[in-house]
Design a protein around this ligand. Structure first.
Ligand SMILES: *[C@@H]1O[C@H](CO)[C@@H](O)[C@H](O)[C@H]1NC(C)=O
Ligand SMILES: *[C@@H]1O[C@H](CO)[C@@H](O)[C@H](O)[C@H]1NC(C)=O
Ligand SMILES: *[C@@H]1O[C@H](CO)[C@@H](O)[C@H](O)[C@H]1NC(C)=O
Ligand SMILES: *[C@@H]1O[C@H](CO)[C@@H](O)[C@H](O)[C@H]1NC(C)=O
Ligand SMILES: *[C@@H]1O[C@H](CO)[C@@H](O)[C@H](O)[C@H]1NC(C)=O
Ligand SMILES: *[C@@H]1O[C@H](CO)[C@@H](O)[C@H](O)[C@H]1NC(C)=O
Ligand SMILES: *[C@@H]1O[C@H](CO)[C@@H](O)[C@H](O)[C@H]1NC(C)=O
Ligand SMILES: *[C@@H]1O[C@H](CO)[C@@H](O)[C@H](O)[C@H]1NC(C)=O
Ligand SMILES: *[C@@H]1O[C@H](CO)[C@@H](O)[C@H](O)[C@H]1NC(C)=O
Ligand SMILES: *[C@@H]1O[C@H](CO)[C@@H](O)[C@H](O)[C@H]1NC(C)=O
Length: 880
């Protein structure tokens, strides 16, 4: 008999409140939106108190575009839900949404630190006076997108106010103006973490790095920000040492930036979401309609595969930014020197943790004389080798775990090891063998040079200085492996609703910028966090060139994506002879010069052809704002079609360096209403595009196809491409809960062991305090193969088909990302969502997830999983 869900309609009625309950709400914190400005946070707080609802005000959110406040409702969980329901029904209240926690940007960046040297040594400043129009020696990222040409034309961002929302900024940094307030480079802002007007930071670094990318002044490292003459604002909302930064603070910062007359917002943080009803995304939409564009990092979790999107960009207004690697790998390393034959030269190395080298001269001993060996020192050393005590052993990284490479060398007697990298850049090795004194890494180019010298019979001697005393040296290497290519860490969309989330890519891999003076002054970092302020800076140049308010946020998004240059598919090691997916790179690498100067406008940014059940034609309108007619040939270049799922699993396929998602060049076929369009001066034309998804693909693996519709004029300056994507399957058929994945199981909270059928649990009496530590509770672990907009958790008696809810429904959930460490756990205490307890007996837990684009009211649009039966009894009530 089919299970009955008598409560389904009951909670559907309550959904307006629950709907806002996204993935990871902060307990007891809510944003209450008032219908208008006649209600103030203070008066609302008084009302709550008068009604006996204990509450505190976290943040007053009264702004021109939003009236409300963020409140903590101090009560136990049960009453909290009732209170929220009650408050939501008041006529002065428009909406009650939980405050949700946000990711800290540092962890976001450190997960992607391939090839990123982060070296923080204090450097003394001799600020050189220079004409800021001149681009500097280390401004390659500018040259990659034509910023150098705009700077030569005199555009510097003068008069444009750019608000950065981040960890704070070291405005005392000489390259960031040295002061805060009127007349300073950083002129406005707020510290939402400490409720002060001072957004200074001295240790996180992230906010100082992104600020420098927009507006760094001339400095000893010879780089500048994209738009060094802008006025910067900074809103400090997040920090490495801060927990519980919530969407209420971010919302407040975005709205304050609007009131402080910012022209552009740049934000480099977020968390997984992928549903367009998220309040942050809706605020971004509102600000865009009011003329303020928001640039938001797409995220750095490219390794987790498709269908991961950050909130803030999962609706159509946010401008999500992906990353392309710098052509060069700038490195800030610890300085040392080496001698060979009769010459001595400088080199740089990066320390691993605290395994510092002692001052001294060491002979170098390469464990292999083959500079392209894979698996160097992965096996125990055999054969003769000299006494290694006073030498530095050189090992090529990769082929097995670094700890294994170290252990084998240590067994052979090594006391000091330098690895050389097998990819561009260097990084801090995470594990150090305790038997080692010194451990570090040099770049691939340095290591290969030494191995070749040794192979030719030369002796190489290293003169090491302990990291504590050494000078920082700047190295600028070419990056033949992935320079100029899409950064492998760039996060892949689309959103669960098939919205393209990355609009375009900026330069974000291996980027030199400012860092707080107390912790080093300059650093190289990688991430979409870096690409985002880079693009925001380019838009400051656009606004200066075209005039403030002359280009709307939607037009900016469209200009960015239609003038960008799509890149080829790249797996971090090898380029393919076809274009990379729009789901990853959006329109491609921006072309700042072209977007500022073009006279052609499109009404779209990226087209979504949605899934096979919702495919509709697109209408592209082309406007010619120039003074002569234009003719465009309409064409189409397909990009890689990528499979979301591997062959035998419902969990999206991961990407590894050199081993990316399965792809095919079998793409969509497109039909245009005309193959050529004439657009009169000052006129417009429309082209209708009908897409047929690729045939012959394995549809249950969720193939995402994409490509570029080309409009070729008479020159490359007058040629454009409109990116599109679609999914060659019906999302409604996609598995959300998969019993085969081995993660839908019941565990015992005391032992963490899997529960076998009919295991008995003795739960505390309902009048006893909940004591997780000493009691076994059944815990159901749920893994979401893909995101769901509704997750229902219920309990069913073994002898009945009625299911009762044990928790409030969860809505707008992203898919599981980090495998078994990222399951949604539900522990069952015997209590139902309505507060009552089930009688002793035999039960199973039942979880249902709504399919993507499924109908909430249709039971067939849910995936359902059920645990084995377990028995519960209650311990006697404690004696008082
Ligand atoms: C923040 O500071 C202002 C003025 O210093 C004060 O009026 C306000 O109550 C403070 N807000 C919070 C949430 O502490
Ligand atoms: C910066 O430029 C100066 C002058 O051209 C040069 O001497 C110096 O080495 C450069 N520094 C870096 C880090 O590139
Ligand atoms: C930079 O901005 C200042 C003040 O906004 C302005 O006076 C100056 O002319 C600008 N510099 C250039 C080179 O445009
Ligand atoms: C260094 O050695 C090379 C040959 O190995 C020789 O040609 C060169 O003159 C030497 N230079 C010095 C400064 O001794
Ligand atoms: C190591 O060398 C540096 C630079 O020559 C010097 O300043 C420092 O005192 C030395 N440290 C030790 C422990 O000898
Ligand atoms: C290696 O050299 C060190 C110091 O020079 C010495 O103490 C040690 O005994 C030597 N080990 C072997 C196996 O000869
Ligand atoms: C390298 O060093 C070893 C040991 O110090 C020495 O015997 C040998 O002659 C040197 N080789 C060269 C090419 O200098
Ligand atoms: C960086 O390297 C490139 C290529 O080797 C060179 O052209 C450029 O001058 C270097 N820049 C600096 C600042 O050293
Ligand atoms: C795709 O279709 C679904 C169902 O109509 C809709 O909810 C969703 O917004 C559409 N996605 C896009 C990007 O238009
Ligand atoms: C393009 O031109 C049409 C009229 O020809 C106008 O309605 C539309 O707003 C224009 N679009 C843009 C983006 O300027």
């Amino acid at each position: 008999m089919a299970p009955v869900w008598p409560w389904l309609s009951a909670f559907l009625a309550a959904l307006p409140v629950v709907l806002a309950g996204h993935g990871d709400p902060i307990a007891q914190k809510y944003i209450v939106e008032f219908v208008d400005s006649t209600t103030s946070s203070a008066s609302f707080l008084t009302t709550l108190k008068d009604l006996g609802i204990p509450a505190t005000l976290n943040h007053d959110l009264s702004f021109a575009l939003f009236h409300g406040g963020s409140f903590t409702l101090l009560d136990d969980n049960q009453n909290e839900r009732a209170i929220v329901k009650q408050i939501s029904s008041w006529p002065v209240v428009k909406k009650v949404s939980p405050v949700r926690e946000l990711h800290q940007p540092r962890s976001e960046v450190s997960t992607v630190a391939h090839g990123a040297a982060v070296r923080r040594s204090v450097t003394s400043h001799g600020i050189r006076r220079r004409d800021p129009t001149g681009h500097e020696g280390n401004d390659y990222p500018h040259i990659m997108v034509g910023v150098d040409k705009l700077r030569q034309e005199g555009y510097l961002g003068t008069g444009i106010r750019v608000a950065v929302v981040d960890t704070g900024v070291d405005y005392k940094h000489p390259a960031l103006g040295g002061c805060f307030g009127k007349g300073c480079l950083v002129e406005f802002g707020f510290n939402f973490l400490e409720n002060t007007t001072d957004p200074w930071e001295g240790r996180d670094g992230h906010g100082t790095h992104v600020s420098g990318l927009i507006a760094a002044q001339p400095n000893p490292y010879n780089f500048t920000g994209v738009a060094p003459n802008v006025t910067l604002g900074h809103y400090k909302v997040i920090g490495k040492h801060v927990v519980n930064t919530g969407t209420d603070i971010v919302a407040a910062a975005f709205m304050k930036a609007y009131e402080d007359k910012a022209d552009i917002i740049s934000a480099s943080f977020g968390t997984y979401k992928g549903w367009s009803d998220e309040p942050w995304g809706q605020l971004v939409q509102k600000l865009a309609e009011a003329g303020l564009p928001s640039f938001i990092a797409a995220g750095n979790d490219g390794s987790y595969g498709l269908f991961l999107s950050s909130n803030g960009v999962d609706n159509s207004a946010g401008i999500g930014i992906g990353s392309v690697n710098n052509l060069y790998s700038p490195l800030l390393l610890t300085g040392a020197s080496y001698s060979t034959r009769n010459t001595t030269k400088a080199f740089g190395w990066q320390l691993a943790g605290t395994s510092d080298f002692k001052n001294g001269t060491y002979a170098l001993y390469p464990s292999s004389l083959n500079a392209s060996v894979v698996g160097d020192s992965c096996e125990p050393w055999t054969g003769n080798h000299p006494n290694l005590t006073d030498k530095i052993v050189l090992i090529r990284y990769g082929g097995c775990r670094g700890s294994q490479q170290q252990a084998n060398a240590v067994k052979a007697g090594a006391k000091n090891i330098l690895f050389y990298n097998n990819e561009p850049g260097t990084y801090e090795l995470p594990v150090s063998n305790p038997a080692l004194t010194g451990l570090g890494m040099v770049s691939a180019q340095t290591g290969e040079k030494w191995v070749k010298l040794a192979a030719s019979g030369a002796n190489v001697t290293l003169h090491m200085i302990s990291e504590k005393y050494a000078k920082t040296i700047f190295i600028n290497e070419t990056n033949p492996q992935s320079g100029g290519q899409i950064s492998e860490f760039t996060q892949w969309g689309p959103s669960n609703e098939i919205l393209p989330v990355t609009a375009v890519s900026g330069v974000g891999g291996s980027i030199l910028s400012t860092w707080p003076v107390p912790v080093g002054s300059y650093a190289v970092e990688s991430g979409t966090s870096m690409a985002t302020p880079f693009v925001a800076g380019c838009i400051a140049l656009l606004m200066e060139a075209r005039g403030k308010g002359k280009v709307s946020p939607a037009e900016i998004k469209s200009l960015l994506s239609t003038t960008a240059n799509p890149n080829v598919f790249h797996d971090g090691v090898t380029a393919s002879p076809f274009l990379g997916s729009v789901a990853q790179q959006g329109g491609g690498l921006i072309d700042a010069y072209k977007l500022v100067h073009t006279a052609t406008k499109f009404n779209v940014s990226t087209i979504s052809f949605n899934d096979t059940q919702h495919i509709v034609p697109a209408y592209i309108q082309i406007n010619n704002t120039g003074s002569s007619p234009r003719v465009y040939t309409v064409g189409h270049v397909g990009a890689a079609t990528v499979y979301t799922l591997p062959e035998n699993s419902s969990i999206p396929q991961k990407n590894k360096l050199g081993d990316f998602v399965d792809r095919t060049t079998n793409g969509a076929s497109l039909k245009f209403s005309s193959s050529s369009v004439l657009v009169a001066a000052g006129g417009s034309a429309v082209v209708k595009v009908t897409a047929t998804p690729p045939k012959g693909l394995i549809s249950h693996r969720i193939p995402v196809y994409s490509g570029y519709i080309t409009f070729n004029g008479t020159s490359s300056n007058d040629s454009f491409s409109v990116p599109y994507l679609g999914v060659a399957t019906a999302m409604r058929n996609v598995t959300i809960l998969d019993t085969k994945e081995g993660s839908m199981y019941l565990t015992d909270s005391a032992t963490n062991e899997r529960v076998q059928a009919n295991q008995q649990f003795v739960l505390p009496n309902e009048n006893a305090p909940i004591n997780q530590a000493n009691t076994s509770y059944p815990i159901f672990q749920t893994k979401l193969s893909m995101g769901t907009d509704l997750l229902l958790i219920g309990v069913k008696a073994a002898n009945s088909s009625t299911i009762f809810p044990v928790a409030a429904p969860k809505t707008a959930l992203p898919r599981t990302v980090k495998g078994l460490t990222d399951l949604k756990a539900t522990s069952f205490t015997g209590q139902l969502a309505n507060g009552s307890y089930v009688p002793a007996g035999n039960y199973s837990l039942v979880v249902r997830a709504l399919k993507i684009f499924g109908n909430r009211a249709n039971p067939r649009d849910y995936d359902t999983v059920k645990t084995v039966n377990f028995g519960i009894t209650y311990a006697p009530a404690p004696a008082n």
